[in-house]
Design a binder for this molecule. Structure first.
Ligand code: ADQ
Length: 474
């Protein structure tokens, strides 16, 4: 509604809804699945909340509308901006730099120009709906200039930003031609939240070394005399919701059905990832192929189910990755499958929450092997679905999740021999050992859910220091 103002304003690249177009062209909106939306629903309950974001189609944006008691404020992106701001600068410049340059980053000044334009549009949309003294929570790497842009117009609001992905080491961040603008964009916030302590430290170091600002512990002194705090607030999942779903008879029946349709193998291995080069799918397939070659495992006793969600298909590195993975899967099946028993079941689809919970229930070994990942929610979701206390989580030490889930079967995915040993151990360990590890993992995932994360973030934002003298006491 016109001139309506809100106490809590969320800004994220995407709105929490997906557009559905009916047979007669009528438009409706469906809530996107996922913990972030669940958490935001809960924090907005009892407060006047609005969410500013892109609705997903290039061109004009729909008018603001209310969905489940939350005001949604669509921000338009032209087709050129989708290409330059989103696919270009966000996903082909920042994403590689922030993930250890697993693929080279591409730099184009025109992409940067689009990034600034779109960030300003988001900031303007936020300022237009934020009430006096509102709390503004900005999400992720696509919107790093928004904190300072909001502050320039609205010094009355509290501004927080959360980084869902890693923050890179200063030597990598330094490659960005616009590094100082990004640092000052972020320093418009009062509080900056990161997945790991190391990410927050990388940011503070970048402020010191590249922007020559003085820092003290988690605090950075800005040129306009404020103090900004950067700290770890690791994200989590809707643990109770997922646990409850996994216990339903329907999900359990579906898990049995999945096992049967795979030919009742002794061990089901599972990978679930967006089809992204950061997720280590190639390394995982290499380790698996070598285990087959070495005769350590063989179908039909063992099968790997790899779910690879379509992602960023207009970015070249993603197209190449898809081709390479599909070729590898074809080669592995050509070599090791028999009629009726695949070595790899490869699924390039998105699934609903129920199907995911059933897959997690069915999987004896979950393979989470990213080369770099901010957190990795799949690792936590797998644990949340194992109310039976069984199941083995193989987890890369380059995920944020590793820092909380150290009782997993930990691997370095670059070390193929080591990864093979860890997978073999996860397959062959006695049930007592698996249960011991799972018990400890469930304790962690049970204790800290996405609600805890949102509450901790908002509390840290509320208490973040404004002025240097407050920082002294911190
Ligand atoms: P992502 O890189 O997308 O997230 P992840 O944390 O694993 O990675 O979250 C993916 C989500 O999508 C999970 O909830 C998973 O269940 C779901 N999903 C994956 N494949 C699916 C499929 N085929 N069908 C349906 N659902 C599927 C970014 C960062 C992460 C960080 C999160 C949250 O890269 O490091 O953990 O944000 O901050």
């Amino acid at each position: 509604m016109e001139n309506e103002r809100y106490d809590l304003v969320i800004a994220a690249n995407r709105l929490p809804v997906d557009k559905l177009t009916g047979p007669d062209g009528e438009v409706s909106w469906r809530r996107s699945p996922g913990g972030l939306v669940t958490a935001m629903d809960a924090v907005m309950r009892g407060r006047d909340g609005a969410w500013v974001g892109w609705a997903g189609d290039a061109g004009d944006a729909p008018a603001p509308f209310t969905d489940n008691g939350m005001e949604l404020v669509p921000v338009p992106l032209s087709a050129a901006e989708v290409a330059d701001f989103y696919e270009g600068f966000s996903n082909d410049t920042l994403w590689p730099i922030y993930h250890d340059v697993i693929v080279p980053a591409t730099f184009h000044r025109s992409w940067w120009a689009a990034y600034k334009t779109v960030n300003q549009r988001f900031a303007d949309a936020v300022c237009a709906v934020a009430a006096e003294g509102a709390t503004v929570w900005i999400h992720d790497y696509q919107l790093q200039l928004v904190p300072a842009m909001v502050r320039a117009q609205r010094p009355d609001v509290r501004i927080g930003w959360f980084d869902h992905i890693p923050f890179p080491a200063v030597e990598l961040f330094a490659q960005l031609p616009w590094r100082e603008e990004i640092i000052s964009g972020l320093l418009g916030a009062d509080f900056l939240g990161f997945q790991r302590k190391a990410d927050a430290e990388n940011f503070v170091r970048a402020c010191r070394r590249l922007a020559r600002l003085s820092t003290r512990g988690e605090h950075v002194q800005t040129v306009d005399g404020r103090v900004v705090r950067a700290s770890a607030v690791p994200i989590s999942i809707d643990t109770a919701g997922l646990d409850e779903l996994a216990r339903t008879p329907e999900v359990q029946a579906r898990a049995r059905e999945i096992r049967e349709s795979l030919g009742n193998p002794k061990k089901i291995l599972l990978g679930v990832d967006r089809l992204d080069y950061t997720k280590g799918i190639r390394h995982r397939l290499k380790a698996y192929e070598e285990l087959l070659r070495d005769n350590v495992i063989r179908p039909p006793d063992v099968v790997l189910v790899q779910v690879a969600t379509p992602s960023r298909e207009r970015v070249e590195a993603y197209r190449q990755l898809r081709t390479e993975i599909e070729r590898t899967v074809g080669r592995i099946n050509g070599e090791y499958a028999a009629i009726g028993s695949s070595a790899v079941e490869y699924l390039h689809h998105s699934y609903g929450r129920d199907e995911m919970a059933a897959l997690f229930q069915a999987a004896d070994v979950m393979l989470v092997t990213p080369l770099r990942d901010g957190m990795n929610l799949v690792a936590k979701e797998y644990v949340a679905c194992r109310h039976d206390g069984d199941g083995a989580l193989v987890l890369s030490e380059f995920t944020g999740a590793y820092h909380e889930l150290k009782s997993a079967y930990v691997c370095n995915p670059h070390d193929i021999e080591g990864t093979k040993r860890v997978i073999t151990k996860a397959i062959t360990d006695p049930v007592r050992e698996r249960r011991k590890r799972m018990k400890s993992l469930r304790k962690v995932v049970g204790a800290k859910d996405v609600q805890t994360w949102a509450t901790n973030f908002l509390a840290a934002l509320e208490h973040a220091p404004h002025r240097p003298e407050e920082a002294e006491d911190a």
